[in-house]
Design a protein around this ligand. Structure first.
Ligand code: KIV
Ligand code: ZN
Length: 511
């Protein structure tokens, strides 16, 4: 009872962030890192959504041995059987089924009476139990549901065999006291509550996801659903790193342990940011670049005299200092491979390793000290180029001069055929993007363009994220290079490549 189960849903709810969708291989890479970090449960996806989602959940179930692998299903036979198939090879597999229980969702979305919802929930849990003993039930929009109904449905699904009861604040509407009251009442009032573990899943619409989750922990839940970097639908989910470090740093308050190896937090955060194209804001707790940086003289002086004056956690405990390993042009292939393996990146073949190592040597010629962040960007970038991309950036020349209009000359290989274009623009990046769009004519809108330097110094690699939209579909693209105009062009081409691929995904809560 003094263990808090950490359920990570980066690969499912996190993936519902606009443009954050991941390939099967990317999911496996993140899942292996989550396993190494000793996450208890990894929710790997929503298998009914598409054949690709099914394959990704199955691949994660096969690759992960030490964490439970879970798939999401609506309370419907086809969904549940699809998850059952996807997780059947897992060392430990869970089916997570859900149905909405709030008056507004039942009436307006499901068009069902509460009794029908209860019946479907019970049937879904029974069906899931045919596949596995480890069944979780979620009362979607529990945060706006009536307590009496929540108690009845909870009792019924526990009786039907659910071993975990998840209480989501789906729309991030609750405040900590009220949410804790709901949890306490449920645990007290449901007669068979002792036969299940209670869990919460909080969204961050009012910035309260972590506060609500922690209030629920104090009220008795023993599982928290969360995501790396707080990624997730709309404003995101409760952030794993904040929950874990709050429980650990304030053991005096929570009197609970998680099984998490906290030194893996920063490497996992970076991997997720790289793969999804959602950079971490610098002032983000725990994993932001400034989370342990002391700017004011008074603080710096205090920390130098006695660290605890201004620091409640040690940077190295969450993986910051462990990542300070520097490589350079004299580093060998073995050191390169070993460090990347420590960062959760392995290579499918010697060829892939050689290609990535050649890129590393190129980078080392331009930049003397190569940090973990550079390695991760380099490998992500290499992977991006390796994905079956229809469009490849072959050549880019940009002229930018005071008093002159910038112009760009671009060569792309489109389905293997080289095509050229030139364009002018408000700046060098604008000119490059216009030239690329001239060739591809995708008609997409650019929603976001952001540049981060991966490490410090003017020889640092620039990491560019772009988000483009067309017909309601949103995708992210990323590129890294010591030349930020080239990084920008790579990111734009990467996003357009994704846009050119068909999307057949469905969203769990919109069906
Ligand atoms: O936010 C939510 O309610 C969910 C459920 C499917 C657990 O993501
Ligand atoms: Zn959610």
């Amino acid at each position: 009872m003094n263990k808090l189960i950490i359920f990570d849903t980066t690969l499912r709810d996190g993936e519902q962030s606009p443009g954050a969708s991941m390939t099967k291989d990317e999911k496996v890479r993140i899942a292996k890192m989550l396993e190494r970090m000793r996450v208890d449960v990894i929710e790997a996806g929503f298998p009914i959504a598409s054949p690709g989602d099914f394959e990704a959940v199955r691949a994660v179930a096969r690759a992960v041995k030490d964490s439970t692998v879970c798939g999401l299903a609506r309370a419907a036979d086809a969904d549940i059987d699809r998850v059952g198939e996807a997780i059947k090879d897992a060392a430990s597999g869970r089916i997570h089924t859900f149905i909405a229980t709030s008056p507004i969702h039942m009436k307006m979305k499901l068009r069902l009476e509460p009794e029908q919802v209860l019946e479907r929930a019970v049937e879904a849990v029974r069906r899931a139990r045919r596949w596995t003993d480890d069944v979780e039930f979620s009362a979607e929009d529990a945060g706006r549901s009536e307590l009496d109904f929540l108690c009845r449905i909870t009792e019924a699904v526990i009786a039907a065999g659910a071993r975990t009861i998840n209480i989501p604040d789906t729309v991030g509407y609750n405040v900590p006291d009220q949410f804790a009251h709901t949890i306490r009442s449920l645990i007290e009032r449901v007669p068979n509550a002792d036969q299940a573990i209670f869990s919460v899943h909080c969204h961050n619409d009012l910035g309260l996801a972590v506060a609500n989750s922690l209030a629920a922990v104090l009220a008795g839940v023993r599982q928290v659903e969360c995501t790396i970097n707080g990624l997730g639908e709309r404003a995101g989910n409760a952030s794993l790193e904040e929950i874990v470090m709050a429980v650990r740093t304030r053991r005096d308050v929570f009197q609970l342990e998680t099984g998490i190896d906290t030194t893996q937090i920063v490497p996992v955060s970076r991997l997720v940011a790289n793969i999804t194209g959602f950079p971490v804001q610098p002032n983000k707790a725990i994993v932001g670049a400034n989370a342990f940086a002391h700017e004011s003289g008074i603080h710096q002086d205090g920390v130098l005299k006695h660290r605890e004056t201004y620091e409640i956690m040690r940077a190295e405990d969450v993986g910051w200092s462990a990542n300070r390993m520097i490589m350079g042009k004299h580093s060998g292939r073995n050191a390169f491979r070993t460090r990347l393996e420590e960062l959760g990146v392995s290579f499918a073949s010697e060829e892939d390793l050689n290609a990535a190592f050649a890129r590393f040597k190129d980078l080392a010629d331009k930049k003397h000290e190569i940090y973990d962040e550079d390695l991760q960007a380099l490998v992500t970038d290499a992977n991006l180029a390796a994905v079956n991309e229809r469009v490849k950036l072959r050549y880019l020349r940009v002229c930018s001069e005071t008093g002159e209009t910038p112009n760009a000359q671009v060569t792309l290989a489109v389905d293997g055929i080289e095509r050229n274009a030139t364009a002018t623009g408000g700046g060098p990046v604008d000119a490059a993007f216009r030239a690329i769009e001239h060739i591809l004519e995708t008609g997409t809108d650019l929603l976001l363009y952001s540049v981060n330097n991966i490490t410090s110094g003017t020889d640092s690699q620039g990491e560019v994220t772009v988000r483009v939209a067309k017909g309601g579909r949103i995708v992210n693209g990323q590129g890294a290079d010591t030349d930020i105009v080239i990084a920008s062009a790579k990111a734009y081409v990467n996003a357009l490549n994704k846009m050119l691929q068909p999307s057949e995904r469905a969203h769990p809560q919109l069906l």
